[in-house]
Write a protein that binds this ligand. Structure first.
Ligand code: AMP
Ligand code: GLY
Length: 428
């Protein structure tokens, strides 16, 4: 099978690696825009990912059987719709279905219509400032304030006081997150521990991959600013089989049924961001794609044929036999970031030691890397690399990742030293 992968981050490197190594169907693998790590397993497709006609032309010319879309932006811009209209099988939801990520208000209303457990909420437009501020006072604890639209993971404020929540609303309406904040969602603060469950969906049926736990804050002990994710491990013991069954029955199934009934069936990876409290899962957010950095860990423990799984889902007939439901090992993926991330950060630092790190058996996923004019590997993003250890136990996986990290060098290398620690606590 010939596949075109869209994207350029650590998630896409993991997808490319897993499609290459965990499938007997893989033939030609192309990527756009890609990154130096992905180019080790896929060929560069010289196309502009914003030019849908150009992508379609490329797919016809190279006999592409399947397009796998990594990030949310192209989905929200309707790439999957245009590819499907041109007769090209695509793993990724339509623009209408991708609204579960691109509009938090849409996602919350959908959950409400289908009784999917989530935080109490209301949403407001900028003409309703007074109502929004008054609604904040109805909560005993300061509620969470979210910009409705895509804001690169930054549009969520978890305030420590009602006053801060009110300021957040006023700032959003004043344009702090651009158009994304023209509508705001105000919702109840949920206690609990977070987990991520990915469902591979064909519009009707689904399978879930190993549950994962992300670490969103920049510093150890979940302190400091929120980031795109500083590391993840899988499977997360926090999500017991009993909880996973609740997620399937109360969250994923009613969502897929509801979206199908509303003529916006969801085909692709449904990312369920969950809050688990006293054994009860509730939805924090849905995303319309694989998570980053969870995918690097989740696919490291995936057993089965990933291409068969994704292509059968894209064709609308998911082949559940393409994967094993139980996983044997554990994986722990630690993100190496650039100094300053998630605020302004430096680029262009020379990266060395990746081969040495790989010699320690860890996988090294490229996220924000590129080649400079001398063809030297340099940092070019906030999250630079992911170092992923595997093992029979979570402790072994953590050990492998952290054993390999010291071999990698670049100025300002920044990472958390406690990725996976929460998982060890859950195990005991
Ligand atoms: P989101 O982009 O919606 O996933 O929100 C980013 C982060 O904010 C989440 O990962 C949570 O840590 C936190 N958060 C969002 N909504 C809530 C909520 N209702 N209660 C508690 N924490 C939340
Ligand atoms: N790791 C969180 C996300 O991908 O949105």
């Amino acid at each position: 099978m010939n596949i075109l992968l869209i994207g350029s981050g650590g998630r896409e490197h993991a997808l490319a690696w897993a499609m290459r190594t965990k499938s007997s169907f893989m033939r030609g693998l192309y990527v756009a825009p890609g990154n130096p790590g992905i180019f080790e397993v896929a060929r560069y497709a010289d196309i502009d990912i914003n030019d849908h006609d150009q992508i379609i032309h490329f797919c016809h010319r190279l006999l592409i059987d399947l397009v796998v879309v990594g990030p949310e932006q192209p989905l929200a811009l309707g790439l999957a719709d245009n590819l499907r209209s041109a007769g090209i099988f695509t793993f990724g939801p339509s623009r209408a279905a991708a609204r579960i990520e691109s509009s938090k208000a849409f996602a919350k209303d959908l959950m409400k219509r289908y009784n999917i457990p989530t935080a109490e909420y209301r949403h407001f437009s900028s003409s309703q400032v007074q109502e929004a501020l008054a609604y904040i006072d109805t909560f005993a604890k300061p509620p969470v304030v979210k910009a409705d639209g895509l804001a690169a993971g930054k549009g969520v404020i978890v305030p420590t006081s009602h006053q801060e929540a009110k300021h957040a609303v006023i700032d959003m309406f004043a344009g702090a997150f651009g158009k994304a904040g023209a509508e705001v969602v105000i919702e109840e603060f949920m206690e609990g521990e977070e987990a991520s469950v990915f469902a591979i969906c064909d519009g009707t049926n689904f399978v879930t991959l190993a549950p994962a736990q992300d670490h969103k804050r920049i510093s150890d002990g979940d302190t400091g600013k929120n980031t795109g994710g500083m590391g993840a491990y899988a499977p997360a013991a926090l999500v017991t089989n009993e909880i996973l069954n609740k997620v399937k029955e109360r969250i994923i199934k009613p969502l897929l049924d509801g979206m199908r009934a509303e003529k916006t069936p969801f085909t692709g990876c449904l990312f369920c961001g969950l809050m688990v409290h006293h054994g009860e899962p509730r939805v924090v957010e849905f995303n319309a794609r694989f998570g980053d950095p969870e995918t690097q860990a989740v696919l490291s423990v995936f057993e089965g044929d990933l291409v068969r799984l994704l292509s059968s889902a894209a064709r609308g007939e998911i082949d559940k036999s393409a994967m094993r439901t139980s996983t044997n090992g554990y994986a722990c993926n630690v993100v190496l970031a650039a100094q300053g991330y998630p605020d302004a950060y430096k680029k262009g630092m020379l990266i060395t030691g990746i081969e040495e790190a790989k010699a320690m058996k860890a996988k090294v996923f490229h996220a924000g890397t590129s080649y400079d004019e001398n063809h030297a590997l340099v940092a070019s993003g906030g999250r630079v690399l992911g170092v992923c250890g595997t093992g029979d136990t979570l402790q072994d996986a953590i050990h492998m990742a952290y054993g390999a990290i010291p071999y990698i060098h670049y100025t300002g290398k920044t990472y958390r030293s406690d990725i996976g620690k929460k998982g060890l606590a859950n195990k005991s």
